[in-house]
Design a protein around this ligand. Sequence first.
Ligand code: TPP
Length: 629
Amino acid sequence: MASLSPPITHALFPPILPTIASPVDMRKLDRAQLKQLADEVRASVLDNVSRTGGHLSSNLGTVELTVALHHVFNTPHDRLVWDVGHQTYPHKILTGRRERMPTLRQQGGISGFPQRAESEFDTFGTAHSSTSISAALGMAMAAKQKGEDRHAIAVIGDGALTAGMAFEALNNAGVCDCKLLVILNDNDMSISPPVGALNRYLAQLMSGQFYAAAKHVGKSVLKNAPPLFEFAKRFEQHAKGMVVPATLFEKFGFNYIGPIDGHDLDSLIPTLENIKHLEGPQFLHVVTKKGQGYKLAEADPVAYHGPPKFDPSVGIVQPATPPKQTFTQVFGQWLCDTAAQDGRLVGITPAMREGSGLVEFQQRFPDRYYDVGIAEQHAVTFAAGLACEGLKPVVAIYSTFLQRAYDQLIHDVAIQNLPVVFALDRAGLVGSDGATHAGAYDIAYLRCIPNMSIACPADEAQCRQLLTTAFAQNHPVAVRYPRGAGAGVTPALTLEALPFGKGELRREGKRIAILAFGTLLYPALQAAEQLDATVVDMRWVKPLDTELLLRVAAAHDALVTLEEGAIMGGAGSAVLEALQTAGVHKPLLQLGLPDRFIEHGDPNKLLAGIGLDAPGIVHSITQRFGAAG
Ligand SMILES: Cc1ncc(C[n+]2csc(CCOP(=O)(O)OP(=O)(O)O)c2C)c(N)n1
């Protein structure tokens, strides 16, 4: 039986967690009570995540750090910014949301990430990584400008620190005189094992004698607890002179302290208390273990990064009957099969090996696999460079994360018309991760870029075919597909392309024609049965099959476009533009994602809530054009 390790040893004492309504209540606690509280928070995280699903390993790793930060700093007056924010469950539990944890990531419940609207303790909304140092620096400089005495603290992981934006912020912060503390939560993991030279550097900082010396020095200094000024001086000397000669972070202008054990409150609390009194930008390096305290997560932090519901005494169990194949799996299989046939193919992921389905590709084609770290901008320009030299890069990236690399897409790929395939996973609503992760905008933001093409497969079989079509082109093409499984149409084993830029008539009806882009084809076909409508599987947003469109427009009274993407600027807008250009004036109803952010929840319920299931489609069409007949 898997259990929390070490086991909670405070069973004889009354629980403390229920008495913590806000961090104010934690500031009165002594060290022993704080340790007990940390154990209770850890148990609460495990219990809650096992019931709701969500991020686990990262949250188990930040329990002590969270306790120490809220104990030492005067939050929310002092601003605490968590990078990514997937590790904020302990923070939520301690800042008045303990009782709402069972609603985590569910519709109407609390978010899995910090949200300003949710709590005054959530000082900055996050979910995309590597924003924390910029945001905290902004807050620290605002405090300075307004004459307010407060600290701003950014907590950033070693994975998130690989992004360019984090370094842009460090570069700026190091020359700013303000109360900024950057805490590097170094657990030697991103979602998967970390990559790159920074990771190697951090490993050196922590390795062998450095880390041992740091722990030893930290302990001996802290034991005697000298007066603050004296402590600060001695600590600085130790940190700078003895432990680590000159760190990268000092070169950036920070005072570097660490590495210290991020699970040891006896190190964390006195260190933070003393840092509070140091001048200028501070950088604290804490070392934690992903999954700390739950043996199964410690052993396999990748599997427990974002598990579904599970029994903590058993762990994650694979379902007896294999679940339906996901689009991600279809992509992963296509990538391997195509790579086997074409030696020019290279696969690129910005730190999303598992999520994007590249695990097998890495195993089979390690020399053609590139995990570039959380660096979407670099991923895209790197692909452009590879394409310049005749290789055929496939960038596997979530729709929401490609937003990060928009200029690179235009400037480096599209203007030079380079043959890069973008495999856009998580297109459309994503469910429990919410608005920050929704792939709502890719059609709109890609469509306006010259040289770019966009395909929207309706099912798994078509996904494989359209990826093959995209790969055969000599210009950039994005293939967008949603999270999870689709209609369940098994892909062929062969690698067959579909005609480029061509749609297909799927059902002939009367009066109204539904033009479906992507997986909403299937609810459209159901709706069409009731409405006796025509249904067209458009497949391509760009180039649009205008020949088919104009033929269908001529034969019907009204048109309906359907897409799981933002209506504004989306595929429906493309249809409208094409009709206008051709001088065809037909009533057109555009169905898709509305002009508001859709929060977390069950994806099917969310889609139904905005009328994008079969009954909703019928309802919208009859509202606008009247009943069938
Ligand atoms: C811009 C962006 N790209 C990718 C992700 C997906 N993502 C979420 S957490 C994570 C790993 C973060 O690693 P680290 O900062 O070390 O935190 P840890 O999970 O190890 O605590 C990644 C890649 C993201 N949230 N934002």
